[in-house]
Design a binder for this molecule. Structure first.
Ligand SMILES: Cc1cc2nc3c(=O)[nH]c(=O)nc-3n(C[C@H](O)[C@H](O)[C@H](O)COP(=O)(O)OP(=O)(O)OC[C@H]3O[C@@H](n4cnc5c(N)ncnc54)[C@H](O)[C@@H]3O)c2cc1C
Length: 259
């Protein structure tokens, strides 16, 4: 089975994340960069399915040159090889543009199953999986907390507010996973060393026949027209209980229209 796992490099959530004044895009160089949290679960699920059903796991990432570190991290978990789509013209792509570029790579490298995290921690649009499935003309199974493969049938289990869904489709397909699906393995020292030798194919937009004019900030369907820092957190109200703490707290909640 040919499994492709999409992995995004994102700013560390504990770093200060800022948008550039020049073009309102995320200043990725200003923050530490890490693998998107949910993508470690996506890589782990890919590895488990390949171990159970045979086949290869390919990591696919679209990002600047420094995304190579994130790709190596995914390879050190045990993936076999990787594809890195890197091109200056990709900068500032919105999710429509990102989906066009990644779908073009998937069309070129081929796949039986594409696995993604259900959302990234920086943009959180949570729609890339659906857009890829639409562009590739294959089924999408989303928010999976369990994935089963039986021949060419794929079945997922999805937790919902009202219980759970069992969704089935035929491969090839796109699946997005949630963090409850597994426990990602930690890269072993052997895995980290082996990752240095694993093949990474670096592709540009020309390599995938995508017109740079259709991608990137200039042709994005969405524009950030303004942004502002979140106001500093206000100091809380301190209620001193002199036997009337309950009344004061109730009065405070009433003035805040909480009750
Ligand atoms: C702060 C911020 C706000 C943004 N707001 C918008 C917006 O409102 N509308 C819009 O169209 N675009 C927006 N973008 C751009 C959008 O983030 C990118 O196009 C992004 O690459 C795809 O969207 P996502 O991360 O939200 O995808 P999601 O659907 O949230 O990501 C789900 C999964 O897709 C995979 N994935 C996402 N990006 C990549 C990648 N580059 N390479 C490999 N795998 C990937 C990962 O597996 C990830 O877990 C925003 C970007 C930022 C930084």
């Amino acid at each position: 089975m040919n499994i492709v796992v999409c992995v995004k490099q994102v700013p560390d959530t504990y770093s200060e994340r800022t948008l550039k004044a020049s073009d309102s895009t995320l200043d990725r160089d200003a923050a530490d960069a890490v693998i998107n949290e949910l993508d470690e679960y996506a890589v782990e699920e890919g590895l488990r399915l390949a171990e159970a059903h045979g086949g290869e796991v390919t990591i696919l990432s679209m990002g600047p040159a420094r995304a190579a570190d994130t790709i190596r991290k995914a390879l050190s978990m045990g993936a076999d090889k990787a594809v890195h789509l890197v091109d200056d013209a990709l900068a500032g792509s919105d999710v429509l543009g990102t989906s066009a570029a990644i779908a073009a790579v998937l069309g070129q490298v081929g796949f039986d199953l594409v696995i993604l995290g259900s959302e990234s921690t920086d943009a959180r649009t949570g729609v890339l999986a659906a857009m890829l499935a639409e562009r590739l003309g294959v089924p999408q199974l989303s928010y999976a907390n369990e994935v089963k493969i039986d021949g060419t049938a794929i079945t997922i289990h999805r937790l919902t507010d009202y219980g759970y869904d069992t969704v089935q489709a035929s491969l090839p397909a796109v699946v997005s996973v949630v963090e409850k699906i597994n426990e990602p393995r930690y890269p072993s020292f052997k895995g980290i060393m082996a990752a240095k030798k694993k093949p990474v194919t670096v592709l540009s937009l020309a390599d995938i026949n995508v017109d740079p004019g259709e991608i990137g900030l200039a042709s994005a369907a969405t524009q950030v027209v303004s942004f502002a820092k979140r106001p500093a957190r206000q100091a809380g109200t301190i209620v001193t209980d002199e036997g009337d703490g309950g009344a004061k707290a109730a009065e405070f909640l009433a003035t805040q229209k909480f009750i």
